[in-house]
Design a protein around this ligand. Structure first.
Ligand SMILES: *Cc1c(COP(=O)(O)O)cnc(C)c1O
Length: 405
């Protein structure tokens, strides 16, 4: 086996330089632990950015995927396949939505959701309502449509002009949404819990108010559940705690537990908006990835994941509250279930992440001032305790090095 630096040199030579990666080469995983090519063990609180809900090396899932590889990987959407039917039925059962379209990624799920909104208004009045309201500090993906509704100037600027007629409101500020609504508004898109923007859950008043505004204007409410969905908030989908229902919702990340699959789902009037020929994908919803999603959904039910998340999420909350009281420099603590964030008074997020890697803990930041806790959903209290100990040491270390600088 090569040493770490050799891998990194080869990677930097061959791969397009688009990421600033941590200097670690992961080799394998088991449960909530990752192992690098040097054999070091890491406790993982990042889950590959909220993907590995069931953790690494999940036996039953691996078996299901292996069986499907041997049976049939791909046929195209010109034909039906059994795993897609089964996965779709399970997804509808846990969401209460009416129709599913499988995609290859989160950003493609967002593209599809935006097309549903456009198609809906086209059916109604030939596209006269063409404005979409999105949120500042949101994240919906990197393809051009999803980027158009991502409220981040830094991501958007080099790729302008993007889709026109997108208006940005302030998340959790209902008046700012109200001020943008007019007769041309066809949809509002937002994350139920903003992830990349720094872990901001929608307030009940906000999400219910937006729902009402959408109803009054016959506009679609699109909720992006790509990061906060699939059990992470303690509900299967985060909106289920708010007494509202979206017209369209997007899901990806934990849906395939590492196998790339996403979906958009629609209900009611939105579920009939698209017609044959309006959209398509070659890979999307193929038997291989759907066998994974189907098994993931089965295991979520069997392992009562949402109940576990509620319990461990409450414990994580309590321990992070205690830690915040012990360490100065922590200015806020937000989140639900196993999607939580700690905000620092200064932009030390990436520095803390680096210090934690030294201690063999994977913990990612969300923006420069927030560290984000999105572990595998199967973590236990002892893992939380271990993480807290390492985090506290890292915070002290960063404080010392800042004081010395
Ligand atoms: C990660 C993410 C996306 C994009 O998903 P990709 O699979 O990376 O394209 C979209 N929306 C939210 C809320 C996300 O967290």
């Amino acid at each position: 086996m090569m040493n770490k630096q050799q891998y990194i040199d080869r990677a930097e030579h061959a791969l397009y330089k688009i990421y600033n990666r941590f200097p670690v080469v992961f080799d394998r995983g088991e449960g909530v632990r990752l192992y690098d090519t040097d054999g070091s063990e890491y406790l993982d609180f990042g889950a590959g950015i909220a993907v590995m809900g069931l953790g690494y090396g999940c036996r039953e899932l691996n078996e299901a995927v292996k069986d499907q590889v041997d049976k049939l990987c791909h046929t195209s959407n010109l034909f039906y396949n059994e795993p897609a039917i089964s996965a779709a039925e399970k997804l509808l059962a846990v969401s209460g939505m009416d129709k599913v379209f499988f995609t290859n990624s989160g950003t493609e799920a967002v593209e599809g959701a935006l097309k549903v909104a456009k198609r809906y208004t086209f059916n109604k009045e030939m596209g006269q309502d063409y404005e979409i309201i999105a949120m500042k500090h949101s994240f919906h993906g990197r393809s051009l449509g999803a980027l158009s509704v991502t409220g981040n100037d830094h991501y958007q600027e080099p790729f302008a002009p993007l889709i026109p007629n997108i208006r940005f409101a302030r998340f959790n500020d209902l008046d700012s949404v109200k001020a943008l609504f007019n007769e041309k508004t066809c949809a509002v898109i937002m994350e139920t819990i903003q992830g990349e923007g720094g872990i901001y859950p929608a307030t009940e008043e906000f999400i219910q108010g937006v729902r009402t505004l959408c109803d009054e204007h016959d506009a679609l409410l699109i909720l992006d559940e790509i990061q906060c969905g699939m059990g992470r908030s303690g509900e299967m989908f985060a909106w289920q705690a708010y007494g509202v229902k979206p017209d369209v919702m997007t899901v990806a990340k934990a849906l395939g537990n590492g196998v790339p699959i996403g979906a958009f789902l629609a209900c009611g009037r939105a579920s009939a908006a698209m017609e044959p020929g309006d959209h398509g994908t070659t890979y999307g919803g193929n038997p291989l990835v759907c066998a994974a999603a189907d098994k993931v959904l089965e295991l979520f039910e069997e392992k009562r994941i949402t109940e576990h998340v509620k319990e461990i999420g409450a414990y994580l909350w309590q321990e992070l509250e205690k830690l915040s009281a012990r360490c100065d420099g922590i200015t806020a603590h937000r989140g639900r279930g196993l999607i939580q964030g700690l905000e620092f008074s200064t932009p030390v997020g990436p520095v803390v992440s680096n210090a934690l890697l030294e201690q063999k803990l994977v913990l990612i930041s969300a923006g420069s001032q927030v560290i984000r806790f999105v572990p595998p959903l199967v973590i236990e209290k002892a893992d939380v305790d271990e993480m807290i100990g390492k985090l506290e040491r890292a915070i002290q270390e960063v404080k010392r090095s800042v004081a010395e600088a």
